[in-house]
Design a protein around this ligand. Structure first.
Ligand code: KG4
Ligand code: ZN
Length: 333
């Protein structure tokens, strides 16, 4: 019955979770609001806030789980990919904790953990399955052959889907992070009001830079003709942008599922919180006879529960890290 403490600090969320024998007992997430002032995550500020938040987040996670720190069997932590200064805070905390308690360390790949979050739920996908992983930094279609055997079969050649959402919202004058605000405003608009281009990229790769530029020019030209254009059409703009980004993602996923003849299809990463994407995948899955796996909202954006569940499966394999382990800003699957 391993008791695992998990730490996530790869970007701007400081999170701690306790998992006992594969069951998540707590998942504390401290958000950093300071970045709203700057329209994006400022790495130096992120690492400073992680330093302030990490101890209270861990204490709260232990309290919520009703677990004593002396009962922890291993510490799992995000090794990468992410912002180096942010990762360093979590990695250093995990190493110090493990050293003090004489317990092993488990290093986790953040992108694998987003996918393994599906194993928190009772209804779990079967291997091999396909996962569309969409976050602020990544857009990938992953062939998941086993817990830690994953192959990226398609990815973005430029911007990530979340980045496209965030940059659009910035153009619209909305605060960071814009994805949730595009989502909120899209619910009040017509998704067919405006048409943005669908890039023609071979294979299962994606590109969002052309769409982003098309959105930028569209808004610039309309605002030049009518300064109140955004204010009067915010719902329609957000709904149309969301629809285009969603259809780009789902059209590729559909082709990948056909080519690999796989029916267990999962969604992961921060953008999987998006209402239009969740609804679109559910509808497509029903048409195609897929078993669709969509994470609960709290496991979509960055959280330590996904690190804990990944840590649990690595613990079962007996794969541990040594004290010499260092964070990696870039880390392949
Ligand atoms: O996985 P995540 O929390 O952090 C990274 O690893 O990047 O993903 C954050 C991204 C941001 O781009 C954010 O705008 C986007 O996920 N996001 C959303 C929604 N919630 C978060 N995008 C669209 N609709 C949402 N509801
Ligand atoms: Zn993430």
């Amino acid at each position: 019955m391993p008791v695992i403490l998990a730490i996530e600090s790869s970007c701007d969320e400081t999170s701690a979770s306790v998992c006992v024998d594969g069951a998540i007992l707590s998942n504390v997430i401290a958000n950093q609001t300071i970045h709203e002032l700057y329209g994006g995550v400022v790495p130096e500020l992120a690492s400073r806030v992680h330093q302030q938040n990490i101890v209270p987040a861990v204490q709260q996670a232990l309290l919520n789980a009703k677990v004593n720190k002396n009962d922890i069997d291993a510490v799992a932590f995000t090794r990468g990919p992410g912002l180096l200064g942010s990762l360093l805070v979590g990695v250093s905390f995990a190493k110090a904790f493990a050293l003090a308690k004489g317990i092993p360390l488990i290093d986790i790949n953040h992108m694998q953990a987003h996918i393994l979050a599906h194993f928190i739920a009772e209804k779990k996908p079967s291997f091999p399955f396909l996962c569309l992983t969409v976050s602020g930094g990544h857009t990938q279609i992953v062939l998941v052959k086993d817990y830690f055997d994953m192959e990226v079969i398609g990815q973005t050649l430029d911007d990530a889907a979340g980045e496209a959402m965030d940059k659009t919202s910035k153009i619209l004058g909305l605060p960071y992070p814009g994805g949730p605000l595009i989502d909120k405003n899209a619910r009040t608009g017509n998704p067919d009001a405006y048409k943005f281009p669908e890039p023609q990229i071979p294979g299962f790769d994606f590109s969002f830079s052309g769409v982003k530029t098309a959105i930028l020019y569209f808004i610039r030209d309309n605002v030049a003709a009518n300064p109140d254009f955004i204010q009067h059409n915010l719902g329609d703009i957000c709904a149309s942008v969301e629809k285009r980004i969603t259809t780009i993602l789902l059209n590729k996923l559909k082709r990948a599922a056909e080519e690999y003849d796989i029916k267990d299809i999962a969604l992961a990463g921060g953008v999987s919180a998006n209402t239009g994407l969740r609804e679109g995948l559910t509808k497509l899955g029903a048409e195609k006879g897929w078993n669709v796996f969509i994470p609960k909202f709290e496991y979509c954006t960055d959280n330590a529960a996904m690190i804990a569940i990944a840590g649990y499966y690595k613990y079962l394999k007996g794969e541990f890290a040594g004290q010499e382990i260092a964070p990696l800003a870039r880390m392949p699957m």
